[in-house]
Design a protein around this ligand. Sequence first.
Ligand code: HEM
Length: 145
Amino acid sequence: MRLQYLALSALIVLYSLMFIGGYVSASGLGLSCPKWPLCPNGLLPSYDFLIEWTHRFVAATTGTLIVATAVGVWLNKKSDKKIKLTGTLAGIFVVTQITLGALVIEAKLHAVLVAIHLGIGILLFAMTLLTVLFAFRMARTQISA
Ligand code: HEM
């Protein structure tokens, strides 16, 4: 897959994840799945914790797409310093964010951890967006060169 479309799909899935996270938080469903890493039904969803299960499932998909984008950036010979920086930071933030998600559950939704979870989510979105913009610019300059 072309790097710019991989990065764009990561951004779209990430945006949906933040949307679902906001819903989890606002509806008070954060501890509907009290275990980590899997919910009580293992890999399968259940009506009792469907929203929280979806948040984790989409988080795993997001993590895979963002790490794949970071690897793609480093493998692409045309990548400059800027896209390497944003792609790598997005990779670091996504791993941090998923780890933090576990801590949010362990600490029973401690307010400080939930606030940091939101803050890192925003930084992650910013880095992924910049990576998308740099990847499209890189693809355009390759065509016109
Ligand atoms: C890339 C990964 C992730 C992103 C971008 C993300 C993003 C978000 C966002 C934006 C919120 C809403 C925060 C708020 O409104 O204050 C949220 C809530 C939440 N997230 Fe995540 N999340 C990720 C992974 C995870 C993981 C792996 C877990 C682990 C279980 C998790 C657990 C939660 C919980 C429990 C809440 C609700 C907190 C509450 O009730 O206030 N998140 N997430």
